[in-house]
Write a protein that binds this ligand. Sequence first.
Ligand code: XMP
Length: 510
Amino acid sequence: MNKPQFVIIDFGSQYTTIIARTLALLGFRSVITSPEKLKECLAENSPKALILSGGNASVYDENAPTIPVELLNGDYYVLGICYGMQLIAHLLDSSSVQKGNTDQKGYGPMKIRINNEERIFADLQTHLNAWTSHGDIVANLPNGFEEIASSGTDGGKVIEGIISPLGKIIALQFHPEVIQTDDDNSILKNFAGIAKCVPDWNSENAIDEIRNHVLTEVGGGRALLGLSGGVDSTTLAAILAPIMGDNLVSFIIDHGGMREGEIEEVQATMARAGIPINVVKASSRFLKTIGKATDPEEKRKRFMKAYRETFERIISKYRITHMIQGTLATDLIESGKKGKSALIKSHHNIVDFSIPKVEPLSHLFKHEIRAIARSLNLDAMIAERKPFPGPGLYLRILGIPATRNLIKTVQWADKIVTAILKDENCYDEISQLVVALDGTKTTGVKGDARSLAYSIIVRPITTSDFMTVKPMYLAPHVMERITNEITKHTLVNRVFWDYTPKPPATTEFE
Ligand code: XMP
């Protein structure tokens, strides 16, 4: 597998993965590492360029994340962003960073003057609308560095960009990776050019790498592929089935928490693509194992237990030697297994089995998988399919134990909401629709009688990578149609709308 030319050092910014995604869009592979794991990461990848991300810390904090100063001695091309810029300046001259005070906090859109004769700003005008989010600032240039961007007036001027004497180290106070910075990704593209990186990501290469990776790991063994029906595992099946034949056994678990008709739909899609799959019926096992759990992490852990047990049975029955999973980089990041990110939630597929596990997609992001799926001519239904969590509707019954009847109620509600959104032509704009049942009973009046019933919560969101999401606001007449239909159910007398972005709320409720 080609080694990535970029190593991104994650100082905890919420935008770190967006740097990786933007590089991938520009055709470059990259790897994200924490400062603690940097040494191993550099040894493993020998990159040409380092990108130092933003982050919440101040260089003056007691345990401020840092890197060895030797990394700035010219062996690598370096781009520092926000905290990354402050850290570079501080490492080279400990008096250059000025601690932020409330008057100097930079947050939000900002007009930046740039020296567009510098190669990093090639193709840009002299003024750039950029996104800033920082407290500290670089007040004095480190020795030999030049200013290449600034904001504010002479009296209150802020240095927004600096470059080293030989031009190998560039640092920016604003965030070129986010779409709010109006550069059409040209700053990262220019940096790639300065660092002499050549595009190394396209779907054909990615498919070859995935195949080689799996064939090397599995050798002459027989592998089990756990399918969820989503884009990731389906794409993996489409890549591997033609080359592995009987050495690949693909199973989808009917755990009882899928949406209505979903298993049948997945079977039909796979049949059309000529990919053999098997279904294991295990809803009773999952319902029993999840039992009365209502705490989100407890529920996820119990789901993982049933998931592991179900696959272990298949492993021994079919004499399987390797477990292949379609785990993505995002799953690992949110499960606290990659970079510096904290555990947000335990993803059902981050689980160990009695046999070696192969995760050939673990360096890829959703948009890359979709690009691969499209290049394999997988149905539009698969390539554009909206994500759905592995533990399914078990995660969408809140505060009370999941039962078959409650799952049926959420399935029904999900189907109604989806149908109305499609009819109103707003379904395609939504990245994911979450329909959940809130287990708190509230009072209502139905047919002149008092009713005590549950509520349905509707959460339509848009996003490009699920690391951050925005609410998708529905028109009042659409909300009214949904409310009227959903409250016809005897178990439901209210509908709530969740328009909270991520952060602070995650996409799923649990
Ligand atoms: P959150 O809720 O963390 O979700 O914002 C981000 C994306 O991941 C999906 N999700 C899961 N997918 N197993 C999965 O396969 C899981 O355990 C899981 N939990 C969340 C979620 O639906 C969203 O698309």
